[in-house]
Design a protein around this ligand. Structure first.
Ligand SMILES: [Zn+2]
Length: 350
């Protein structure tokens, strides 16, 4: 009697367990099945802007990723409808619009004819997202070219790189054996750009570079900073040093400047094809974790990232000419966030 009672209890428990498991599986499945579908994309033009109206069967939350010649708009937990309708319009910015299901993410890819800026507005309750596309207005590449020309002509001080030995006692050994050169942009007689309230870029870059170095050595890397004080460094010497120590990667730290004080957001640069994977890894994390406007992963022939013989990137996390972003750039907390994002990007690269 006792025995069969115990058995009955066991059976009952088993049945309850199975019920719970199937319930969870059922709910899990339906939530995927109930994810919104992208049913229509309609391109429009209005007052000089291009717009994409993205119609869905439920609430969606699109986020963008601007790459060299395309804009990806990703909708997590959404599906591309098999009957999707894409209405295009002749545009001087948009070459083509295509869609693709990437796991549980619905992706719209807009291939571009020229450099753009974009904004995504998720219209909750109206089952719609609106993507606004405008011409890109900035001078980063021109400003950098002028600055580099001046730097390359100038006589600098002797480069005195500083070596951060890896922390061997830590748990995290993911970057063990890697040599990383960090270049805090500008320094000494070269102030870089001036921020909204008149502070030189060279101070922001040095403070941020030191934080990045700290995180990288904590993960086991050997890190070199090309300067740890206010020294005038020549670009040729910086690159020659990175090449000489046989660095596995080179990261140059800058902050952006725009004549228009409204300019804001994160840009990441690379030049050589072998640097793209690293640049994308770092850009995606900076973009997602700093939560500033995405101003794209970009390819440009800047001196250091062009001449370094290893994967090399140049980051411009925010615009110090922008009042709000200057505050962020000057805060320990935000610099720490940049350091963590860069370190995560570096780790994911190897
Ligand atoms: Zn700079």
């Amino acid at each position: 009697m006792g025995k069969s009672n115990k058995f009955d209890h066991f059976c009952l428990r088993l049945v309850i367990c199975l019920c719970l498991v199937s319930c969870i599986l059922y709910l899990g499945n339906t939530s995927v099945a109930q994810g919104a579908e992208i049913s229509k994309i309609e391109a429009k033009r209005d007052r000089g802007f291009d717009y994409l109206d993205v119609y869905t069967t439920g609430n969606v939350s699109g986020n963008g990723l601007l790459l060299e010649n395309e804009l990806q708009i990703n909708f997590p937990n959404a599906k591309i409808s098999p009957k999707i309708e894409i209405l295009t319009k002749k545009s001087k910015r948009i070459k083509n619009i295509s869609t693709k299901q990437v796991g549980s993410t619905a992706r719209i890819t807009v291939t571009l004819k020229k450099n753009i800026d974009y904004e995504i507005v998720n219209v909750f309750g109206r089952n719609k997202a609106v993507v606004e596309i405008s011409d890109r207005l900035d001078y980063t590449e021109r400003i950098m070219a002028a600055w580099e020309k001046a730097n390359l002509k100038r006589s600098g001080q002797k480069l005195e790189p500083y070596k951060y030995a890896p922390i061997a006692s830590g748990k995290d050994k993911s970057l063990k054996g890697k040599i990383i050169v960090i270049d805090p942009g500008h320094g000494g007689k070269d102030p870089g750009a001036f921020s909204y309230s008149g502070m030189a870029e060279k101070h922001f870059t040095l403070a941020t570079a030191k934080k990045i170095a700290h995180h990288l050595k904590t993960a086991g890397a050997t890190v070199y900073l090309t300067r740890t004080s206010d020294r005038t460094c020549r670009l040729q010497d910086i690159v020659a040093f990175a090449n000489k120590v046989g660095a596995d990667m080179f990261i140059s730290i800058h902050y952006n400047y725009g004549y228009n004080r409204k300019f804001a957001g994160t840009e990441t640069y690379y030049y050589t094809p072998r640097s793209r994977k690293l640049a994308l890894a770092i850009h995606q994390r900076l973009k997602n974790e700093l939560k500033r406007k995405d101003r794209g992963l970009r390819r440009a022939m800047f001196y250091t990232i062009h001449h370094a013989r290893m994967p090399a990137v140049l980051i411009e996390p925010v615009y110090i000419s922008n009042k709000k972003e200057e505050k962020l750039a000057g805060s320990q907390n935000f610099q720490e966030k940049i350091a963590i994002s860069v370190t995560r990007g570096v780790k994911s690269y190897f």
